[in-house]
Design a protein around this ligand. Structure first.
Ligand code: HEC
Ligand code: HEC
Length: 408
């Protein structure tokens, strides 16, 4: 009964997500048409074209003067060249007034998020929301977090952000295209800024190119190599990779392309990352849904350790991996699924002769970690996923990289 209930919620969510993809595609078409008319940026004659909601949103996303350091824009941690994820690729993002404050989560790719919706919880199941713990309800709510976070853009308050807005050379254009009166209040300006950043992410075609090798394969235009096809089969096989159960790979009933996340949550029991400064305190734990960044589910122990399933589109270019950047390469990320339980000493420090499994969670909460396929094998047992399977999976995942105009 419970499983049926859960399945229904997932289905409803998936259908809704599918519809939102269509909505997003419509928006994209509109913006493509606008772009074709030459609005935003410079036109063919080299003269500046009229500002639009989209062009202003893009400018604000790239605007370093909105940070207290004057050195950091949204794009600093979400670069177009790396599918709007962290450009550094190896470490955790830094920010703050003097650009030396380190956060404890990796910057996710911002692509293919249009289908996501506000966080919702039904009993012990959680879906949706933005950030790794879903605490922002929409792309327009989310910007308040980095704009004010001490280890990100580090503005003291809303007023400080708006003071920086008012100094922009294109402030009057911003005010006009976002329908603000000349005597707009700080709150109105801040809200329009949040809307502009969401508009850019929802309407700019770069956030949903759907032009990877896998998309061309779905369109019947190319074939996959033997390795890639085997990887896809393992990815979908519920008794092997079982990856598609959380990272769906099927075309929707309405023809919508898969985005490789169902926006659900799971505790994978990742290794603690010793490079994270906050982890120097042995009592500090980033437990996702149950805190510390999110506070409303702090008492729901079953949620501790759960983080949102990210899209796997562009996964080959968005290193490092997982919420705590504990894994450096894609090969290792897939190997983690294959060997977490059969070879735990490969992933966790050995304490008193035994691997300290799931060491990024307090001992009493380690039972939350997921054990269904591909996990759940006893230490030392034969692998469910062979070394060949892992390299096939990686080959398949590499077909999910957008053909990104920014990289041509
Ligand atoms: C210092 C690096 C940094 C900067 C600057 C930054 N972000 Fe992020 N971004 C992150 C990190 C880290 C996360 C994950 C945060 C978490 O889970 O708490 C994130 C998460 C997000 C998400 C949620 C994605 C998802 O999958 O749910 C969105 C949307 C986003 N950022 C947009 C923005 C926008 C818009 C700006 C500019 C106002 C911005 N970011 C500035 C690092 C940054
Ligand atoms: C039970 C649901 C579930 C299954 C099954 C699953 N994943 Fe994941 N996957 C997640 C969650 C949740 C995360 C984020 C976890 C975190 O960072 O704490 C994730 C993250 C990832 C990442 C890193 C993403 C990033 O942006 O850093 C990769 C790569 C990945 N999964 C690949 C796979 C592959 C390959 C399989 C099959 C072998 C698979 N996943 C099966 C839930 C799942």
């Amino acid at each position: 009964m419970r499983n049926l209930f859960a399945a229904t919620i997932v289905d409803n969510y998936a259908t809704r997500a599918g519809r939102m993809v269509l909505h997003a595609l419509t928006l994209t078409l509109v913006s493509l048409m606008l772009a074709a008319c030459g609005s935003g940026g410079f036109n063919e004659n080299g003269t500046e074209a009229a500002a639009t909601r989209l062009s202003i949103g893009k400018a604000l996303f790239n605007e370093v003067t909105l940070s207290a350091s004057g050195q950091q824009a949204c794009a600093t941690c979400h670069a177009d060249e790396t599918a709007h994820a962290d450009p550094l690729g190896t470490t955790l993002p830094v920010g703050g007034l003097t650009m030396d404050q380190e956060g404890f989560r990796s910057s996710p790719s911002l692509r293919y998020l249009a289908a996501n919706a506000a966080f919702q919880r039904v009993r012990d199941l959680a879906f949706g929301g933005f950030t790794w713990d879903g605490r922002a309800d929409s792309l327009a709510d989310q910007p308040a977090i980095p704009l004010l976070d001490k280890s990100e853009m580090a503005n003291e308050n809303l007023g400080a952000v708006v003071a920086r807005m008012r100094k922009l050379s294109y402030f009057e254009d911003f005010r006009r295209v976002y329908d603000l009166p000349s005597n707009a209040t700080d709150q109105q300006i801040f809200d329009a800024l949040r809307l502009a950043l969401a508009t850019y992410q929802l309407e700019d075609p770069s956030f949903r190119l759907f032009n990877s090798k896998f998309d061309r394969f779905l369109d019947g235009k190319v074939t996959l190599t033997a390795e890639e096809s085997r990887g896809l089969a393992i990815f979908n096989d519920a008794t092997k990779g079982n990856c598609a159960s959380c990272h769906p790979s099927q075309v929707g009933p309405d023809g919508s392309k898969p985005i490789f996340t169902n926006f659900s949550y799971a505790a994978l029991g990742l290794p603690r990352n010793p490079i994270i400064k906050a982890n120097a305190n042995p009592n500090f734990y980033d437990m996702g849904l149950c805190g510390p960044k999110r506070t409303d589910l702090a008492n729901r122990q079953g949620f501790c350790g759960q983080f949102k399933v990210p899209t796997l589109r562009n996964i080959a270019v968005t290193a490092p991996y997982f919420h705590n950047a504990s894994v450096a390469t894609l090969e290792q990320a897939v190997s983690f699924y294959a060997t977490r339980d059969i070879d735990p000493a490969r992933w966790y420090p050995v304490v008193e002769g035994r691997p300290d499994v799931f060491n990024d969670l307090p001992l009493r909460l380690r039972g939350n970690v997921i054990q269904t396929a591909p996990f759940g094998l006893a230490p030392g047992s034969a692998p469910l996923l062979s070394t060949q399977d892992v390299s096939d999976l990686v080959a398949f995942l590499r077909t999910l990289t957008d053909d990104n105009p920014a990289n041509r």
